[in-house]
Ligand binder design. Structure first.
Ligand SMILES: Nc1ncnc2c1ncn2[C@@H]1O[C@H](COP(=O)(O)OP(=O)(O)OP(=O)(O)O)[C@@H](O)[C@H]1O
Ligand SMILES: [Mg+2]
Length: 354
């Protein structure tokens, strides 16, 4: 088990700059989820940690030791990929044992580790089968088993659940979380799925175009997103954004849609009239007598809740999430509670706190 320190890591493929200086300190036993849109550099970062790719600059330390000069096999890391990469001609047992055999571990030790991992994963009955005789979820377990038997310092997961159907994904996600807690192995888990990220990570790295836009616990990111990108990426349905300007000596926002809303948590710095972007999550929009009239253009009933889409006076889109079944009206009176507002600089998109 080990800590991981990523310091100032950049990566360019020729003229293409993919990573722009990533800093990340992972504690021993921590599960970090790297989440972001396709192409933002998640796999590249993971591959650099694994030693499958070389950083253009910066350093990687595992348990305090610089690993730049070490081959992937010398880094004491186990990686689980989306496509599992199992050997088709070997049984489950042979697949799990292979890496240990190559390293020359004694046969009794290999048998012990394979049996223990198979027990942990509930695949004892599958040990004599070949990969093609397994379901997707079973193959995923075998790939996990192969990583576990190596007793690595670090687990790296690159979208390991994305080939599974929705139900199995949820189940395997919970299993991976329990297993990681139980084994206490420091882990990096890459996904583009924000629900997976929120449920799996002790902390998240939200990546945006080769930068770490925010590194924090899931709840902190949800409650205090660092910028409009993170705010719009984490949370479902996505946060609403409304244009406005700073008013009342920094104590309020004058929304383009009409109302002037006073901040619950104190004034923001900046001149009167400075452009702001106000964020409010769909579940925090209030439905209240005397609110703004929101004509609805789409109602999505989800059973236990309903998602409503409409346009405010002035044309800005607004999404509202209500607990319970769909209301019958074609429009709703909506209001924006002061304590639910997120205030961002209208120019840079950065969060503005009092
Ligand atoms: N070997 C390479 N040569 C040139 N460009 C590359 C290479 N590998 C990756 N890239 C580019 O680097 C960027 C980041 O790629 P990366 O695979 O890290 O993204 P990702 O965040 O993992 O995306 P996804 O969610 O689609 O897997 C992309 O624009 C990609 O085209
Ligand atoms: Mg990738």
């Amino acid at each position: 088990m080990a800590s991981l320190d990523v310091t100032g890591v950049t990566k360019s493929f020729g003229a293409t700059h993919v990573l722009h200086g990533i800093n990340l300190a992972v504690e021993d036993g921590e599960m970090i989820v790297i989440v972001g849109a396709s192409g933002c550099g998640k796999s590249t970062l993971l591959r650099i940690v694994a030693g499958l790719e070389t950083a253009t600059s910066g350093s990687i330390r595992i348990a305090g030791r610089e690993v730049a000069a070490l081959e992937p096999a010398e880094r004491d890391i186990a990686m689980v990929f989306q496509n599992y990469a199992l050997y088709p001609h070997m049984t489950v047992e042979q697949n799990m044992a292979y890496g240990l055999k190559i390293r020359g571990l004694p046969r009794a030790e290999i048998t012990r580790r394979v049996a223990e991992a198979a027990g942990l994963l509930g695949i004892e009955a599958l040990l004599t089968r070949r990969p093609r005789q397994l379901s997707g979820g079973q193959r995923q377990r075998v790939a996990m088993g192969r990583a576990i038997v190596r007793e690595p310092k670090l687990f790296l997961f690159d979208e390991p659940l994305s080939n599974l159907d929705a139900k199995l994904r949820v189940q395997m996600r919970a299993e991976i979380r329990r297993l990681q807690r139980r084994l206490g192995v420091t882990s990096l888990f890459v996904t583009h799925d924000q629900i997976e990220a929120m449920t799996l990570g002790d902390r998240l790295v939200v990546m945006h175009a080769g930068h770490a836009a925010q590194i924090a616990t899931p709840m902190e990111i949800w409650a205090r997103p660092a910028d409009t990108y993170v705010a719009g990426f984490i949370g479902s349905p996505a946060m609403n954004f409304l244009d406005g300007t700073l008013a009342e000596g920094g104590h309020a926002v004058a929304l383009k849609a009409g109302p002037v809303l006073r901040f619950a948590d104190g004034p923001r710095a900046g001149g009167e009239g400075m452009p702001l972007t106000i964020g409010i999550r769909p579940e925090h929009v209030a439905v209240a007598e005397g609110g703004l009239d929101l004509p609805l253009d789409l109602v999505e009933p989800l059973g236990s809740e309903t998602v409503l889409h409409g346009r405010l006076p002035g044309g800005e889109a607004l999404v509202v999430k209500l607990g319970g079944p769909a209301p019958g009206q074609s429009s709703l009176p909506v209001a924006f509670p002061a304590e639910a507002l997120h205030v961002f600089d209208g120019g840079t998109g950065k969060r503005l706190d009092p």
